[in-house]
Design a binder for this molecule. Sequence first.
Ligand SMILES: Nc1ncnc2c1ncn2[C@@H]1O[C@H](COP(=O)(O)OP(=O)(O)OP(=O)(O)O)[C@@H](O)[C@H]1O
Ligand SMILES: [Mg+2]
Length: 641
Amino acid sequence: MSRFVKLMLAFLLIIGLLSAMFSGVAVLLIGDRVLTEAQNRVDSDLNAAQEMFDAYADRLFDLVRLSADRFYLRNALLANYPETALGELIGTMLREELDFLTMTDADGVVLLRAGNPGTSRDDQADDALLASVLGGGEPAVAASVFAADRLAAEAPLMVERAALELLETSAARPRDEAVETSGLVLVAAAPIVDYEGQVIGCLYGGLLLTRRVDIVDLIKETVFAGERYQGEDIGTATLFLDDVRIATNVLNADGTRALGTRVSEEVYQQVVGEGRRWVGRAYVVNDWYITAYEPLRDFQGTVVGMLYVGILEQPYTDLRTRTSLLFVGIALAGVALAVVISYIISRRLSTPIRALVKAARRVSSGDLDAQVPVGSKDEIGALATAFNSMAESLKAREEQLKEFARRKVMESERLAVVGQLAADVAHELNNPLQGIVTYSHLLLERLPADDVRRSSVEKIATQAARCVTIIRGLLDFSRPKKPQKQLANLCAIIEECFSLVEARAAFHNIEVVRDYTERIPEAVVDPAQMQQVFINLIMNAAEAMGGAGRLSVTTRFEPTRGAIQITFRDTGHGIREEDIGRIFDPFFTTKEVGHGTGLGLAISFGIIKEHGGTITVESKAGEGTAFTVELPLGMAKGMVT
Ligand SMILES: Nc1ncnc2c1ncn2[C@@H]1O[C@H](COP(=O)(O)OP(=O)(O)OP(=O)(O)O)[C@@H](O)[C@H]1O
Ligand SMILES: [Mg+2]
């Protein structure tokens, strides 16, 4: 996997994680927000419903209060003929669509019942509402639960309306009974006073709320204004007696009103049990709603039922789902965009680098024409430019080298030809020169000592001898002889050399200092060739010292390397730095024309190399020179004598 792919994957991973995190948080927040909004709405809807319910109660309150003030009731009471008011009372009840309207005396004993004219004289003084009105003279209105017998007493018609068959639904609170016979009623009571203001009786009347769907429908119409979602009404309102729906527009699965169904245990506990409002999700009959329940209390404050409003949760969950999907979609789109962008970026980054890698491979396999396109002005562009110029200069360098090598080859070929030619010429010249030397010496022998021609013939002899030396050197160099190796004592060879040269004039003022290690082993060498090497070194030293100075010779045995070191150190003029690299070249000489061939060191180098040794030089111009020859013993080390 390339570095770019890794980089891009890491980048995508981060983006993916971030967007997952953000959309997750957003979805949670939105979901929460949507539900909270819905709950707030239901909460205020319940307030509106409560006000409408209160308005109902207030209307009843006003009605009963005003009716209690009517003169015919007062007069009938004062005249002790309550029956005379019955007609009026029934009239009022029917006109105002009340379910019952009853008049008592000041002790709470029933005198007249519009809803059930047949029964009277029963004592209702223990009804808390009546007791309060009779006691304090203030009219009041409150919800109340009438048991079946009370309903039957007040108005027999109510018994049937109040009876509700209890229906089972999935989340309903369990109950033993199968039928609800009590009724939730809204009762208002007002005192009837005489002309002095004395309470002489009481008028109470009210409505049976069971099956009074007009109230809940009105609430629904007013609060939810016919809002619908997918063919269903969104809003619902219900009146409960204890836990039973007695007036509702929540529907059963079959489309009938869910009368006789019951609230869930959870809601019941909070609202009826603890008397606290419930706002939240609840399973109502057969669907989830966002609901609000308010306790309904009787005159004494006991919770006798509930007022409910609720809206279908579905629109909100759908909204939440849609918004969440939208967010997830946006996040996914973002990730997709990031994928595309990162792909483009990674291509833009990796393509030139791949091109570079390819070109670098071509260069390393020898194709110096490899170039990469410079696409951008950034670092990669700079890299490409640098690569191109590197390849170009490599190519130029290679061409130079090739040219150089070609020239070298040509040169050495030429040199080889010239060398061969020189060797041939030298060979051919050797014999005639020998003749010149021989005959010039013969001539010298025959000439009388005082002959004036002698000096000329002597010159011929010396010059010819010189030519012979040069030619021999040339022949030695061009056709080196195979060494004739034998065991020899190198110190003895050196001594021999000295004895050969010491007689020469150039040696008269040279002090030779010998420092021979005593037990130096013998070595396997060609003594004649070694002599040639040493004489050349000694003569070079003598010539460098101009005939006066000190030449020290040191011999050392190096047991670790199994080699003998011989050093010739002189106090001559030394070698200039720029010449030191060339002294072993053939024909390199600093000597005057006619005095040196420049072959001495070149031949010596060849001989020492042939013996498996080395020759090195150390020199300081003006101070002197030291040549060191190192020769291997050329045999088993054990042979040291
Ligand atoms: N001991 C030395 N001190 C200073 N220079 C030296 C010494 N030995 C060699 N050289 C330098 O090295 C050169 C080459 O020496 P080499 O022996 O090869 O040739 P040559 O002595 O000049 O000629 P030839 O040996 O043929 O007479 C000399 O010309 C000299 O300049
Ligand atoms: Mg020499």
